[in-house]
Design a binder for this molecule. Structure first.
Ligand code: SF4
Ligand code: SF4
Length: 346
């Protein structure tokens, strides 16, 4: 029983931090339309700093480390970083664009609980256009190499559904079946926060305008119909959880795009991400989640001091009521029930 995590879900002060998303680098080898991460940030956390952070997180109830970025596999000492967290006996998940999987899969044999590979097109032409680099075939090869090498217990695909790929929804499901992954999940494109490097930092690359990602008034009903048809055709795939979302949850993606153009209200969100998780960037900034602003830096204060500072407690109170506008428009919520927290399921 994890009583500390349980208490997190019923209060604004946290007693442990079960899930941490760590950007091991903000450098990336793709050039996605919706994201500006390109080169590593100056002064990224060193291996020694990550080791110290891991030790602090370990004594603060860490259960699950999620590596993100940027592209984590670009970091040469990433295998050593994983070994540090393996020493804490926590669950390890890798979020990756998959481009280096073919090259590094064997090195990570038995390391991850889950590898989640982002794919933005169900065919090479679409994926390569949206991701700015000819990468589709290499990524599919990487998925197979990671499966063969047992780099993870589970390999999944994640797709951001938007204007330029929503008609490929059935194609993505077919691709998931062909590649033999454990599951495929879909989410809407975030167009209203500074996440994914959309913060106008001159050190980063350009990002696409909202209009190139968001659906228009003719496309929203078309997307709803595609989801409906998929719910009939892929009944087994929904029921077996090959598709992580239910048809109703996929419908929320269409509703979100409808709301962006004033055709509907935003789907109701439920989230307690800041009560059970933290996002730490490659330069040590700490955020309550992917989307809300930072509230400190681990180089300036210790994680323990930051995690219950006045400003984050205030943010947690607001998130409980879903007050921040970003929460109302959020495309990637995280909700952990008190029961699940008590059962230590992170
Ligand atoms: S979305 Fe991911 S893969 Fe694409 S540029 Fe950004 S960090 Fe790289
Ligand atoms: S709803 Fe979204 S923006 Fe709000 S706390 Fe949750 S993850 Fe963050």
């Amino acid at each position: 029983m994890n009583y500390k995590a349980f208490l997190n879900t019923v209060s604004s002060k946290v007693h442990s931090m079960p899930v941490v998303i760590l950007y091991v680098t903000e450098g990336c080898n793709l050039k996605c339309l919706s994201c500006s991460y390109r080169l590593p940030m100056p002064g990224e956390l060193s291996f020694e700093e990550i080791k110290d952070l891991a030790s602090e997180l370990g004594s603060f109830g860490l259960k699950h480390i999620v590596y993100s970025g940027g592209e984590p596999l670009l970091r040469r000492d990433f295998r050593e970083i994983c070994a540090v967290f393996a020493g804490l006996k926590v669950k390890q998940t890798l979020l990756t664009n998959g481009l280096l999987l073919a090259k590094r899969a064997v090195e990570f044999k038995g390391v991850f609980d889950e590898i989640i590979v982002s794919l933005d097109g169900a065919d090479a032409a679409t994926h390569n256009r949206l991701r700015g680099v000819n990468s589709f075939d290499l990524i599919l090869d990487g998925i197979q190499k990671a499966r063969l090498a047992n780099s993870a217990k589970q390999i999944s695909i994640r797709t951001v559904i938007q204007k330029q790929n929503f008609r490929q929804l059935p194609g993505f499901i077919e691709l998931a079946k062909q590649t033999g992954v454990s599951r495929i999940s879909f989410l809407a494109a975030d167009v209203s926060s500074e996440a994914y490097g959309r913060d106008n930092d001159p050190a980063r690359g350009d990002v696409a305008a909202e209009s190139t990602l968001a659906l228009n008034k003719d496309e929203v009903p078309e997307m709803k119909d595609i989801i409906y048809q998929a719910s009939l055709k892929y009944k087994n795939e929904f029921e077996s959880w090959l598709i992580s979302e239910s048809p109703g949850k996929l419908g929320h993606i269409a509703n979100y795009y409808a709301a962006l153009i004033g055709m509907d209200t935003f789907p109701e969100n439920l989230c307690n991400a800041p009560m059970v998780s933290s996002v730490i960037t490659s330069t040590g900034d700490i955020h309550p989640c992917f989307f809300l602003p930072k509230y400190g830096n681990i180089r300036e204060s210790s994680f323990n001091q930051l995690i219950n500072s006045g400003s984050i407690i205030n943010t947690r109170k607001k998130v409980k009521l879903m007050e921040p506008e970003r929460c109302q428009k959020c495309v990637c919520t995280l909700f952990t029930s008190s029961r699940r927290a008590l059962m230590d399921r992170f």
